[in-house]
Design a protein around this ligand. Structure first.
Ligand code: ADP
Ligand code: MG
Length: 392
């Protein structure tokens, strides 16, 4: 069954009635610009075709109930109780339910709406975005929720405000210290285009990718290695970036350029310096990618993707052997550029591949994983697609 069909069926099972409507939001792939978002820098993601759908039905009792195909148990709470739940008592809520309930909470806070006057809702979720693969199933569930509630509650919030509410939910209701990139990509995506985003000003520009006309396919290689954002390395990398910015006397690493790196190397310990060097060079690579795409088209950006991967592997140290193998094998068998994408420590790589080499790359990657004794990867093409909204 399609994800939209599954969301509808789940809602019917929950309420015994048809939904009022369905909304959806896509996952995203980041073409380039990794860990630059929380450093006030630049990113260049695009929304993918895989989406999380939510079927919605109003209720008259001011309560919100969420259910997902991921979890048999619905979670229900009064809208007026959300304020007491987040962030202080979030541990009382099943982890997955903090995403949609956190978005409801953040929307009420941001819009200034009185929770007493808002209608209750039942929300049933189903998704075809792979979870924990670096394709941001979290932004997809947040975006679907934000888009649906904004419409049915008549909040009149714009897309950037909805994205920001999703980020707040993820930071404060879930407890994952992520930036705003994923949510903005999921909200603002357009067919065959990526979103050039300045994470400081939140200014965005839609930039045509032109992969199809250039005979290129973007393959995702999901290694199946799970990452966990709320714990571990992600927070440690963030702390290193903050430390580097403090020593360098700038508000954020965004304010450094490659010309500042020699001074950074003098002032910082080796590990912090390499973290800083990744961010500074990655910001420059995002700018170069946008400029190269416009001037020379998508076949010219391969080297920038490769350099991004090397920087994440060697300087930021967030790759894993499965991601390195996916990237190296793709490059060796016809990809014009490849890199890990997402927060790292697992998840997916992307490879930009001429159409005629897609099958060779996919089967070589699968074979190389078998040879290395790794679990079979999931290799599939993604296409830049439209952002969140009501389903037709
Ligand atoms: P990613 O965003 O890279 O897929 P995250 O760890 O950020 O990985 O988010 C994944 C989490 O989001 C899941 O573990 C689950 O809690 C929640 N989630 C995402 N999609 C759904 C869904 N359709 N139903 C329920 N929970 C979901
Ligand atoms: Mg996520």
């Amino acid at each position: 069954m399609s994800a939209v069909g599954a969301a509808r069926a789940l809602l019917v099972e929950l309420t015994g009635t048809e939904p009022d409507g369905t909304w959806s939001a896509p996952g995203r792939a980041n073409l380039i610009g990794e860990h630059t978002d929380y450093n006030d820098g630049f990113v260049f993601p695009f929304a993918i075709g895989e989406r999380t759908h939510v079927a919605l039905r109003h209720r008259d009792d001011g309560r919100i109930r969420v259910v997902s195909t991921f979890d048999a148990d619905p979670v229900e709470v009064a809208l007026t109780d959300l304020d007491g739940l987040f962030p202080a008592r979030r541990d009382d809520v099943a982890e997955w339910a903090r995403y949609p309930l956190g978005v409801a909470w953040a929307l009420i806070q941001a819009s200034g709406a009185d929770a007493v006057t808002l209608g209750g809702v039942d929300l049933a979720f189903a998704s075809d975005v792979p979870v924990g693969a670096g394709l941001s199933s979290s932004a997809a569930i947040e975006g679907a929720t934000a888009s649906a509630l904004n419409d049915v509650w008549g909040l009149g919030m714009g897309r950037v405000a909805l994205a920001t509410a999703g980020t707040r939910a993820e930071n404060e209701a879930v407890g994952a210290p992520t930036g705003v990139m994923d949510q903005l990509a999921s909200m603002l995506g357009e067919a065959d285009a990526a979103i050039f985003l300045d994470c400081r000003s939140l200014e965005t520009e839609v930039v045509e990718l032109g992969f199809g006309p250039a005979g290129l396919t973007l393959l995702v290689i999901d290694t199946g290695v799970k990452h966990a954002h709320s714990t571990g390395g992600y927070g440690e990398r963030r702390a290193a970036c903050e430390r580097g910015a403090a020593v360098m006397g700038v508000p954020a690493l965004r304010d450094l350029s490659v010309d500042d790196l020699p001074r950074a190397q003098e002032l910082l310990d080796d590990v912090t310096f390499r973290r800083v060097r990744h961010i500074v060079t990655e910001n420059q690579r995002v700018l170069d990618t946008v400029q190269t795409l416009r001037a020379h088209g998508p076949r010219a950006i391969g080297g920038l993707l490769d350099a991004s991967h090397a920087s994440m592997r060697d300087d930021f140290e967030i790759s894993v052997p499965e991601l390195d193998l996916a990237v190296d094998t793709s490059r060796a068998t016809g990809a014009i550029g490849a890199r890990m994408t997402g927060g790292g420590f697992g998840g997916a790589a992307i490879a930009l591949v001429p159409d005629e080499h897609v099958e060779a790359v996919a089967s070589a990657v699968t074979a190389s994983f078998a040879d290395a004794g790794f679990a079979a990867p999931h290799v599939f093409p993604v296409a830049a697609s439209r952002g969140a909204g009501r389903d037709a």
